[in-house]
Design a protein around this ligand. Structure first.
Ligand code: MEV
Length: 438
């Protein structure tokens, strides 16, 4: 057999249908497998095919709706797209508990993103820094000239900062351009401005420009939310409310003092935040990068990573949770404005500005984290997880229709998610049906 080659010249020029055929041939997959790639009805193929390159189809994720969310006195149904069981249920449950004390209170800073221009081989970095700062007004005008529309809607380049970072390859002069990006995620606006400023900055510094790119460590664009989780709402699995409060406080304390735990603590927050980001067509990688680097940046005075949430007990003995994290999300430009499913999901959310979306997402992150800590400090997460996981296992071993729930129930009753056992039960169930049918 001829060796197969991934060097597919002209692949990008082919139609999606031709590409699918090529890919199936390459992978030795039988023709007829394509439907798993085809977009669901109602989603315009043409739009998706223009969003990225070499498109062969779509990858549908389950889309769930988190209920019970009340943020700043307004109710929301929150679309979440992700593959992990329990997340939507956990967020909805936490939001229900928080509702008892008014729900989430949230706010955002101004939507200011940072564009970085790095200058190398600068002969006199300290003097270069001052020359750049002296030219600040001209540089900001130059940047703003690149985006009149952003200026028209009240945004634009606002400030310049110059950092000197000594490295083994010499001092890097790093210029930070602060841009108020309004309702955009901002990468395009910021990168365009950074590229426009670079030649002038190189001239002023006497060095060479290296990179011109947005920073995802968006410390000037943060969303904050807090909520009270009343102790009466925290009873469960035989645990008393006050014990649950102490359990969550201990769980948070663990994350605050141990990076191995903190990583997972913050991952749970992103279970919520990224799921809403995906559902609304936002750049979830930018959010993940921002969140985790912010967690490291926040710990700069000690430790290596900090939790993005905090928990305290108020005088009533209730739990008060807070979250603060970068939230670079947009409603204009990008996939949010183009992808038909994202557009519909934004309409379901009913958010009118990127800040409002960021406030809801911070609330979802807090809800998700609270739900995880509450469960972990009590019954553990496997119980809730296993019930949903059991359905996935049932599907994996070939259960069809009503068999899925029946098999999942048997697996849950046996407290197992093992595929080999699932297969045995399925065979047994089918045997019984066949026997009872004769
Ligand atoms: C699982 O996806 C997320 C959790 O591990 C988060 C946490 O441990 O806090 C449950």
């Amino acid at each position: 057999m001829a060796e197969r080659s991934s060097d597919l010249s002209g692949f990008y020029k082919k139609s999606a249908e031709e590409r699918r055929k090529t890919v199936l041939e390459f992978a030795g997959i039988e023709p007829g497998a394509e439907p798993a790639w085809l977009p669901p009805p109602g989603v315009d193929r043409g739009i998706l095919e223009r969003m990225i390159e070499n498109v062969i189809g779509t990858f549908p994720l389950p889309l769930g709706i988190a209920t019970n969310f009340r943020v700043n006195g307004k109710d929301y149904l929150v679309p979440m797209a992700l593959e992990e069981p329990s997340v939507v249920a956990a967020a909805s449950h936490a939001a229900k508990i928080a509702r008892g004390k008014g729900g989430f209170h949230a706010a955002t800073s101004r939507p200011v993103m940072i564009g970085q221009i790095s200058l190398v081989d600068v002969p006199d970095p300290n003097a270069a820094r001052l020359r750049i700062l002296e030219s600040q007004n001209e540089l900001l005008s130059l940047a703003n000239g690149k985006d009149p529309l952003l200026n028209k809607v009240g945004g634009g380049a606002r400030d310049l900062e110059v950092r000197l970072v000594p490295t083994p390859r010499g001092t890097i002069v790093i210029v930070h351009l602060h841009v108020d990006v309004r309702d955009a995620m901002g990468a395009n606006a910021v990168n365009t401005m950074a590229e426009a400023l670079a030649p002038e900055l190189a001239r002023l510094s006497g060095g060479r420009r290296n990179l011109r790119i947005i920073s995802n460590l968006a410390i000037h664009r943060v969303a904050r939310a807090w909520a009270i989780f009343p102790r009466e709402g925290l009873e469960g699995e035989g645990a008393k409310g006050p014990d649950v409060v102490e359990g969550v406080l201990d769980a948070w304390n663990f994350a605050a003092h141990d990076p191995f735990r903190c990583s997972t603590h913050n991952k749970g927050i992103m279970n919520g935040v990224s799921a809403v980001a995906i559902a609304t067509g936002n750049d979830f990688r930018a959010l993940e990068a921002g969140a985790h680097s912010y967690a490291a940046w926040k710990a700069k005075d000690g430790g290596v990573i900090a939790p993005l949430t905090t928990y305290e007990k108020n005088p009533d003995g209730d739990l008060v949770g807070t979250i603060e994290m970068p939230m670079a999300v947009g409603l204009v430009g990008g996939a949010t404005a183009v992808h038909p499913t994202a557009k519909l999901n934004v309409r379901v959310l009913g958010v009118k500005t990127a800040s409002e979306l960021a406030e809801v997402m911070a609330s979802v992150g807090l809800a998700q984290n609270f739900a995880a800590l509450r469960a972990l400090a009590n019954e553990g997460i496997q119980k809730g997880h296993m019930a949903l996981h059991a359905r996935n296992v049932a599907v994996m071993v070939g259960a069809q229709g009503a068999e899925v729930d029946a098999l999942a129930a048997r697996l849950a009753a046996e407290h197992t998610g093992r595929q080999d056992r699932a297969k045995e039960i399925l065979v047994e169930m089918r045997g019984k049906v066949a026997t009872s049918g004769t």
